[in-house]
Design a binder for this molecule. Sequence first.
Ligand code: SAH
Length: 347
Amino acid sequence: MRKNLLDFSYEELVEEFAKLGLEKFRVDQVWDWIYKKKVFNFDEMTNLSKEQRNALGERFFIGIPELIDMQVSKIDKTTKFLWKLEDGNTIESVLLFHPDRVTACISSQVGCPAKCAFCATGQSGYVRNLTAGEITAQIIAMEKERKVNIGNIVYMGMGEPLLNYEEVVKSVRILNHKKSKNISMRRISISTVGIPEKIIDLAKDLPEVKLAISLHAPTNFKRDIIVPMNKKYSVEEIIHAAKEYQKITKNRVTFEYILIREFNDYVDDAEKLADLLKGMGAYVNLIPVNPVPSTGDIKMERPHHWMIERFKEVLDKRNIENEIRKEKGTDIDAACGQLRRRYTTKA
Ligand code: SAH
């Protein structure tokens, strides 16, 4: 059976190519076609001989997903993609446009086992991990589709990256490799629901990659209600791991905090959050919830404007760096997993 060439690291490909009698520089050439020129077909790789192209085509395919749908925001160009994978499963990716750069938000799993109460991805179940190639393919497929050069990557799409640890790490290394996209580790962020031992592994394996932790509540009592995984890994264990992570990497850690009306938007929550994070190099991203039908008892509504401001003021006063996340793509199905769900429920 043919294998997805995108699933191989540079070193692995050098070995694979050697079996076909192809020298190392042939890997450089093929990677250049794929990651720089966005040519996804061996026949168009004109600096290889016909025989070499045939040999590669017999052994490999280049696993670019099929574009099923694309929504472009009229407000800020935010572009959301729905892709179909080789096995028919679908995943989403998003492009976000900033004045000086383009950021890609990519998926690491089909669906998600974490099943957070506010997240559309978890609500449609968990199917499987993505391979490293299925992760990196989202980047080059978006670049080709929209003719852009992606400068920043966030693993914040569908899925829990640290539950697909090996493939996620491999995909980061491939995207960072100087013969492929050459994206700096510092321009890559991984967002996690909080899996303590994997956070420590990440500190050791990819110390320059940025870490974001989806905290969303300052106490186990509240976090248990919206993040089911909290019953396995408590707030204290996550904060402890974040501090260990920081000792190893010296990186600032971002904490994401979804603000939900009359649930976790009180001054008392902000004070408790500040207590948890004080003394750490922490940065809090305050995210007014994107309304989705909730699975639990909590209604997923945005807090009143003044509640958001008051929450921020408490953090400011306590010297916890923070910002209220500016929304993008509000006119398209913005929340994670919404585009895919629209398709799976229609089908
Ligand atoms: N599993 C990882 C990455 C995917 S979620 C994690 O938990 O971090 C990426 C971010 O999108 C998280 O901070 C998540 O909480 C946020 N998100 C999911 N649903 C949302 C919604 N309805 N409104 C606002 N943010 C949401």
